[in-house]
Structures are given as structure tokens and as C-alpha cells.
Unconditional design. Structure first.
Length: 486
């Protein structure tokens, strides 16, 4: 019992050290992308929105604010080069310790290697931080330090403390971990392998979907491009959105357009499922593949090229007008693209043409997953092709359709802006402008002089409403079908 107790205590001690090592490593990785903790921001001329990772990946992001200082001779470019090299060294060290952190998810031999790598990464990163000290001194001793704005960021202390702590924990962990047996291999449990496989996509989702939420702070300031957040105004722009009559009218107009176009899309969201069902009924594999290819290709065409195609067809001198004139049906051409009538249906038609084949792919995959014995049994019972489609294929695809429908309802206010931006003109502006396009126009305006705080407020409200709709639709699905996606 004594040896078993000792082994159990050693195991608990090792797990505590490993968890502590992973926690510190994760904090270091997060700090790498936080601008507020950037240790390389040794001057006020370096953008406060630049993280250490940004500077280490792009030398231009470091030097863009120093063009005047370099031209006037206020500082040497070698100082910026030293900062860049130090940033790269720190980042390389963090990448190595991150790899070691992930290796500690494996079994004993891989854990020991991960702890060693983590110590090596920390040891590489700390000299990079030390290199920032002479760079700071060089900035402080320039001919015009007031213009260079030297500063010693708190990130230097934070990174050095975290790296030193990580180095100590890594060494202790590597020593404390029991020696691997000869039969042990560099292995990792399947659940951790799956976690590491999905981790890059989780990181990308965080970077592109959640990190930009930091920009919501613009809604509480009087922000001007190039001048920064110069005055905190609280909820001024929120109240302005509803107090200003012109803004209220615009919001009502664009929300009407958005809901109408999204509503048409939701009402016809069964079309990809129907297309997939009929496509699966084509007996010739060659014909089926050809149809699927030709209907999927438009999804990969940008909306700019789609508009070019539409212009070639429906402009005053386009193919359609030329054909109608040749047939004697009309005397002169008409620019159909400048017509604002039925614009909602026109946009829906172009969107359906572009995305029908692509949207059907998930249903085609769903059809292949339906038990073929159901079709065989229905054939024996005398069911025809349409009866099998209605009683077997459609019920088999309903769960997939329900999930996609819930997501469509949640995104009813987010129908994109590319399509409407390229088709927008003076004749259809009032009926084609959707919420996303309105936010873009409001924020950037003419020549980039728009009202960014107000555009941020509109974007925030859109996100809040979308999340509310998602949970509402999810609740209705729970009550009606007994299933949810959240």
C-alpha cells in the first residue's frame, strides 16, 4: 500500500504541474495577440492596435509610423531592426513552448518531451525581451525624443514574468515526471488528437468572429479616422439612432428591405433540398455529375463577375436587348439593371442561381446516408418513385433542413452586402439597400468620412437581434420537434 500511495501522490503532483504549465502557456499565447500587452511597442509611433504577433509577422507594421522620424534623422533604422528581430525571437520562443504545451496532452514520454520543449521555448523568448532594452535606450537618446515618443511598455514585465515562470515550471515538471518505460511510445489519446485537429479552426473562429467584438468600443466614443478615440460619449450614439428622424426612416427602410429579401430566401429555402432530391433520382451518373458541376460552379464566381455577366445580358446594348430588337419586339434597348421594380425578386433570383447547387451538396450527402433498405422495402410494397421520395427521402432530410432553417432565421438580418453593393444604383437604391450595406455606407461614407460610431451601434444591435432570434427559433424547435441545436 505504501508504494501505491507514493505512486498516487507522484501522479497527482505531476498532473498539478502539467495543468499549471498548460495554464501559463495559454496565458502567454493569449498575450501574444493582445495589443495592450505588446512588449515591442517602445514608441508612441507604433500603432496601439498592433500585437506582438503582428509586428513579428510584418516589418512594415512596425515601421509605418516612423517614416517622418527616419527621414528627419531623429532615429536610426537599426533601432527598428533590433525591435523587429527581438519580436521574431520572442514569437519563435512562444511557438516552441506552445508546441510543448500541446505535447503535454500525450502520454508520459510525450509529456516529458513537451515539458523540455516548453523550457527551451521560454529560454529562447527571454533573451528577445532583453534585446528590447538597448532598443528603448536608443530611442530615448535620439536627437528629438519628443517626436519619437519613447516608452517602456508594461508588456515587457508581463512577458518576462510569464516566460520565467513557464521556464521554472517546465524544468520542475521535466524533472518530476517519472522516467518513461522502454515500452512507452510518443502517443496521445484519440480525444486529444481530435481536439488538436479542431483547435486551428477554433482559433480562426476566435480571431475573425470574437476578437473583432473589441471594436464595439467605438460605439461609446467620438471616433474619427486618424484621430482615435478622442472623447467618451457613453450612449450618445445609441440615443441619436432613435432620436434623429432621418436615421429612424433609414433604419426602417433598410430593415424592411433586409427582412423582405431574407424572408423570400427563407420561404424558398426548401429549393436546394428539392433540387438535391431530383438530382439523386437521375439514373445516369454522368448526367448527374454534369448537372451538379454546372450548378455548383456559380458559387465560386464573385459577385463582381456576376454583375459583369448581368450587364452583358441586360444592359441597354446587352444580349437580351439586341435579341428583342432583332425580333422586332422593341424599337430601342432598355437598361433592365436601372429598373428598381421587383428588385427583391431579382436579387433573390440571382442569389438562387448562384447558390442553388452549392446549397444542395449537404442534402445530397444526407440522401446518401439514408438506409437503402427502406427504399428496397418500399419497392417490394409497390411504392413508386415519387411515393418513395415523399415518404422516405423527404423525412430523412427534414432534420438537416430544420437545422439550416434555424441558422437562416438567426441570420435573417445578415444577408451580406456584396451582391447588393454591385447591383446598387440610383434607380434602385431605396429598395436594394440592406442592413449590412447600410452599415458599410454609414461607416465609410463618401471617401471614408462616414460616421463609424453610429455604424458600430447599428452593427451591435443587429448582432444582438440575431442572437435573440437564434435562441427564439431554437426554443420553438424544442417545443415543436423536441430537438435543439444550441
Amino acid at each position: 500500500m505504501g508504494s501505491d500511495d507514493l505512486e498516487a501522490r507522484q501522479l497527482r503532483s505531476s498532473n498539478i504541474l502539467l495543468n499549471l504549465l498548460r495554464t501559463v502557456s495559454i496565458l502567454i499565447m493569449i498575450s501574444l495577440v493582445l495589443p495592450v500587452l505588446n512588449p515591442a511597442r517602445l514608441s508612441g509611433l507604433i500603432s496601439k492596435d498592433s500585437a506582438l504577433l503582428t509586428i513579428s509577422l510584418s516589418y512594415q507594421s512596425l515601421t509605418s509610423g516612423f517614416i517622418r522620424a527616419l527621414n528627419r534623422g531623429w532615429m536610426e533604422e537599426s533601432t527598428l531592426t533590433l525591435i523587429y528581430i527581438a519580436s521574431v525571437i520572442i514569437t519563435i520562443g512562444i511557438v516552441i513552448l506552445s508546441a510543448g504545451c500541446f505535447m503535454t496532452l500525450g502520454k508520459i514520454r510525450l509529456q516529458k518531451l513537451g515539458a523540455r520543449l516548453s523550457a527551451i521555448g521560454s529560454a529562447i523568448g527571454m533573451p528577445g525581451l532583453v534585446m528590447l532594452i538597448p532598443a528603448y535606450n536608443a530611442m530615448s537618446q535620439t536627437s528629438n525624443p519628443g517626436k519619437v515618443e519613447p516608452m517602456f511598455p508594461i508588456g515587457v514585465y508581463v512577458f518576462f514574468g510569464l516566460l520565467a515562470l513557464n521556464f521554472a515550471i517546465s524544468l520542475i515538471t521535466a524533472i518530476k515526471l517519472p522516467k518513461p518505460q522502454a515500452a512507452d511510445r510518443y502517443e496521445m489519446e484519440a480525444k486529444y488528437q481530435l481536439f488538436l485537429m479542431i483547435l486551428p479552426f477554433v482559433i480562426l473562429t476566435f480571431v475573425f468572429a470574437y476578437l473583432p467584438l473589441w471594436g464595439w468600443r467605438y460605439a461609446f466614443f467620438n471616433y474619427k479616422p486618424g484621430l482615435g478615440l478622442n472623447e467618451f460619449v457613453g450612449f450618445k450614439w445609441f440615443t441619436f439612432l432613435f432620436e434623429n428622424s432621418a436615421t429612424r426612416r433609414d433604419i426602417i427602410r433598410v430593415i424592411t428591405n433586409t427582412l423582405a429579401m431574407s424572408g423570400i430566401g427563407i420561404a424558398t429555402s426548401w429549393l436546394p433540398m428539392a433540387f438535391a432530391i431530383f438530382l439523386a433520382e437521375i439514373k445516369s451518373a454522368k448526367v448527374s455529375r454534369m448537372v451538379q458541376t454546372f450548378t455548383t460552379i456559380p458559387n465560386f464566381i464573385s459577385w463582381v463577375l456576376v454583375y459583369t455577366f448581368a450587364f452583358a445580358l441586360f444592359s441597354t446594348e446587352g444580349f437580351v436587348n439586341s435579341m428583342l430588337i432583332d425580333l422586332g419586339l422593341i424599337e430601342k434597348g432598355r437598361n433592365f439593371l436601372m429598373d428598381g421594380d421587383h428588385i427583391w425578386l431579382k436579387m433573390w433570383a440571382w442569389g438562387t442561381w448562384k447558390g442553388l447547387g452549392w446549397s444542395a451538396i449537404i442534402y445530397i450527402a444526407g440522401i446518401s446516408g439514408i438506409d437503402q433498405q427502406l427504399y428496397e422495402a418500399a419497392t417490394i410494397d409497390g411504392a413508386g418513385r415519387f411515393r418513395k421520395m415523399w415518404n422516405i427521402t423527404v423525412p430523412g432530410l427534414i432534420p438537416t433542413y430544420s437545422v439550416l432553417l434555424l441558422l437562416s432565421i438567426a441570420g435573417i438580418l445578415s444577408n451580406g452586402m456584396d451582391q447588393y453593393f454591385v447591383f446598387k444604383n440610383s434607380a434602385n437604391k431605396e429598395t436594394i439597400e440592406v442592413l449590412d450595406l447600410y452599415v458599410y455606407t454609414l461607416g465609410l461614407g463618401s471617401g471614408g468620412s462616414g460616421n463609424i460610431p453610429l455604424a458600430t451601434v447599428v452593427g451591435m444591435l443587429k448582432s444582438i437581434i440575431s442572437v435573440t432570434l437564434l435562441f427564439t427559433a431554437n426554443r420553438i424547435s424544442k417545443l415543436v420537434r423536441g430537438e435543439t441545436i444550441v
